[in-house]
Design a protein around this ligand. Structure first.
Ligand SMILES: C[S@@+](CC[C@H](N)C(=O)[O-])C[C@H]1O[C@@H](n2cnc3c(N)ncnc32)[C@H](O)[C@@H]1O
Length: 322
């Protein structure tokens, strides 16, 4: 583990920031865009105005975000220097992970991100899904055991986002990562599926059977959707229709978590990669990947706890209450 970690190199000095005084981005009131055009509903017009305002403030927003990032990096560098100057060990979480693990081995598993749910997401969710795919790729690059990854049904707004807004991701050249416009049932893995050997499994939180072991040679499908659980049983029903076996992650068997057990696509992928790294130890994988605030400590943190969380970013779990 330690041989693949490097300490962050000092970054150039960046302008000082007074953290107490946040300078807001200048926001025009929506009324500045004129009256509602005839034949348009208030909410449609509001949406258009918000889009226009976003376009106008985008550069300012990006500049501020970049500056904030640089400042955060500088603060971290100062903290690391303080540890070094006191002769103290640098905490693990402050060490930077290298972007690529050069000693990777093939896990032998394939992970398909099923992106057929494009129409069920709004623009924000598409953006979040885009960054989840990017994070999944980053996790796969760093993992000790990589998976062969495929994005299926990559043919609508998600693809458009990768082609336009996040073209710099250079996704067409990602290693161990393919993108195909075809849906699951057109893929070779589907045609070769063998019910008895469970060589194709659709992961879903809505099924009873737990996935105890990841088997090289098997393909695991993960739903590529951010829906704050609006579409219950979505992937479970799709798998049933296609005659694909479903399994859930063995969460309750190994850890206590608060809220519902529906995880983000990225977390599910990170968990599988981590499980390989930990020699099949799900508990260790869960403890490393699931945010600590989600790990329950007592009986009160049960399935029906009254916490209401929403997916704030692709880092977070989706746990909305019914
Ligand atoms: C945000 S969830 C999608 C929730 C969606 N409503 C559904 O019906 O699947 C993204 C995907 O992660 C996988 N997933 C999430 N939690 C899981 C769990 N506890 N066990 C197995 N797979 C899970 C599933 O493949 C799921 O489709």
């Amino acid at each position: 583990m330690s041989d693949k970690q490097v300490i962050e190199t000092p970054s150039p000095m960046v302008p000082e920031e007074n953290h107490q005084q946040k300078e807001p981005i200048s926001h025009k009131p929506l009324s500045a865009y004129g009256p509602i055009p005839e034949g348009m509903s208030k909410s449609q017009w509001k949406k258009i105005c918000k889009k226009k305002r976003f376009e106008e403030t985008k550069d300012e927003f990006n500049k501020k975000r970049k500056l904030k990032k640089l400042q955060a990096r500088e603060r971290k560098r100062e903290k690391i220097e303080a540890y070094v100057s006191k002769g103290l060990p640098i905490p693990e979480e402050m060490k930077k992970q290298p972007k690529k693990n050069v000693n990777q081995k093939d896990s032998g598993i394939k992970i398909i991100i099923d992106c057929a749910f494009d129409d069920l997401m709004n623009e924000k969710e598409i953006a979040s899904m885009g960054s989840q795919i990017t994070r999944s790729h980053a996790a796969n690059k760093r993992a000790d055991y990589y998976a062969t990854m495929v994005c299926s049904s990559f043919n609508k707004r998600l693809k458009e986002r990768f082609d336009k807004q996040i073209a710099s991701s250079n996704y067409k050249n990602w290693g161990h990562f393919e993108f195909t416009p075809e849906d699951i049932d057109k893929l070779e893995e589907y045609k070769r599926k063998n019910d008895e050997e469970d060589n194709l499994i659709y992961l879903s939180a809505d099924t009873d059977e737990a996935l105890e072991k990841l088997e090289p040679g098997c393909t695991y499908i993960v739903g590529g959707i951010v829906d704050k659980n609006r579409h219950k049983l979505l992937c479970y029903n799709k798998a049933k229709e296609l005659g694909i076996k479903t399994k859930r992650l063995p969460i309750d068997e190994y850890i206590k978590i608060s809220g519902r057990r529906v995880l983000t696509t990225t977390h599910v992928i990170q968990l599988m990669l981590k499980c390989f790294e930990k020699d099949g130890d799900w508990k260790a994988a869960f403890e490393e990947v699931i945010p600590s605030r989600k790990l329950g400590t007592d009986e009160g943190d049960a399935r029906d706890g009254d916490t209401k969380e929403v997916e704030k970013s692709s880092e977070e779990l989706v746990t909305t209450q019914e």
